[in-house]
Design a protein around this ligand. Structure first.
Ligand code: ZN
Length: 438
């Protein structure tokens, strides 16, 4: 049973990841998880906090996830099927919905002590019997923290079995939206007529009902050669794995097709100069004014595409070149773009825009951006070139510096100092980055 082996593997991997993740945080912080909802229409779930990590799966807007940790503005989340992944925090609605657990602890022994603390001498607050299920909150040093009679309590981990799932509430308080599968949940699809759905994971267990070919049920977990499923919204049953198929989402990573990777990108836009450093001087304007307006236009366009945009300055202030590069590094930016307008020591014949890269690795990116600018801008294209600027040289992230026209060429200034030109720059950068982040 290749499918089962793989499913099991994924399941245990998820648990291992969960406990590795939990191990680095305090007990108190994770007694309750923060549950948040997805605000974007669809969001990639990656294996790590950034674009360089593989896409594990995708989750639909409106579904909820548990936030376990955060790094670089990415959230480490636990999905409804128990798997752990990372999502861009800016694509998440940060309003906390509820504190919940979606792992189950099932008691394996006839009677188990439930204690106030995680040690053998702690006060016994009650007992749990075989088959009883509790919301699992945390695990540490061989003890599992569970929700017991609406209180937090501890039980020896060796006495329980852990599985993804949630405690079914009494019917009158069931929130059906909480248990209805979202599209990212794995499904069991019945492949033949007359399949028994049983109360337990064996052919000797009672038959609850008969499922017919083509019917789909949410897959909760595996138990031997059986799948545990949900039916009628919140009831649990078991089907023999050899009589069903599972949906692709459990077995194969979903590729990003309907979402843009640009939306997941963190992009630092650097308006050149500022404050006591005016940059190049034009007939009526300073470079620092034009770069800020251009940066705002580019930022607005990229934000409208969902990207996380960080500006190195948002007003007429002085920011050192080192700090600008550092903003890219500390934010683990997927891209840094510095915006400038050029100047020559003498003469006004120089014209047009130039795209500069520092690292060889950024040459394809520079070519791509320059091509898009050349397609759009009403100024001469001077091509993409190597340039030794501190903001790109000291940048550990992919980075470019754009010179978007000559400040000391009145004809250039007339062309580039307009909202229209800035909208063309924004559109070109947006188009190029959409391609770059595919
Ligand atoms: Zn400049």
């Amino acid at each position: 049973m290749k499918t089962i082996a793989k499913n099991r593997h994924l399941f245990f991997l998820a648990l291992v990841l969960l406990f590795v993740g939990l191990g680095s945080f305090g007990t108190v912080a994770l007694a309750n998880y923060t549950t948040v909802s997805i605000s974007a229409s669809i969001v990639n779930v990656r294996s790590g906090p950034g674009l360089s990590y593989d896409i594990m799966t995708q989750i639909q807007g409106g579904s909820s996830v548990n936030v376990l940790a955060d790094k670089n503005e990415w959230y480490k989340v636990r999905l409804s099927d128990g798997r752990i992944g990372w999502v861009a925090s800016w694509l998440i609605n940060n309003t906390e919905i509820a504190a919940t657990s979606e792992l189950l602890a099932t008691v394996l022994v006839p009677s188990a002590n439930v204690r106030q603390e995680n040690n053998e001498t702690a006060e016994v607050v009650g007992t749990a019997s075989e088959g009883e299920k509790f919301a699992l909150l945390y695990e540490e040093n061989g003890w599992s923290q569970i929700q017991y009679n609406n209180k937090v309590a501890w039980i020896l981990s060796e006495l329980i079995e852990i599985s993804p799932g949630s405690i079914q509430l009494a019917p009158e308080t069931v929130d059906t939206t909480a248990v209805v599968a979202d599209d990212a949940n794995p499904k069991v699809i019945i492949t033949m007529d007359g399949v028994n759905v049983r109360s337990g994971a064996s052919t000797g267990s009672d038959i609850l009902f008969i499922a017919e070919k083509g019917e789909e049920y949410e897959l909760i977990s595996q138990s031997g050669d059986f799948y545990k499923i949900l039916y009628e919204g919140n009831k649990e049953g078991y089907v023999a794995s050899w009589l069903v198929e599972t949906s692709e989402s459990l077995n194969t990573p979903v590729t990003a097709s309907s979402t843009t990777t640009l939306a997941e990108a963190t992009i630092v836009i650097d308006p050149g100069h500022g404050g006591e450093d005016p940059g190049a001087e034009g007939t009526y304007i300073y470079e620092k004014e034009v770069t800020l307006k251009t940066a705002e236009a580019v930022a607005e366009k990229l934000r409208s595409a969902g990207a996380n945009v960080i500006l190195t300055r948002t007003s007429d202030v002085y920011v050192t070149l080192e700090d600008r590069a550092e903003m890219s590094n500390v934010n683990n930016a997927d891209l840094f773009i510095s915006l400038h307008y050029d100047s020559t020591a003498s003469g006004t014949s120089a014209t047009g825009f130039t795209t500069y890269y520092y690292a060889d690795a950024d040459i394809p990116l520079a070519n791509l951006v320059d091509d898009h600018l050349a397609d759009t801008l009403p100024l001469q294209d001077n091509g993409s070139k190597f340039g030794d600027f501190l903001v790109t040289r000291e940048n550990e992230q992919p980075s470019l510096l754009l010179e978007l026209g000559y400040m000391n060429n009145d004809s250039d200034v007339k062309t580039f100092n307009s909202d229209y030109y800035r909208s063309l720059v924004a559109e070109s950068v947006y188009q190029a980055l959409t391609e770059y982040f595919q």
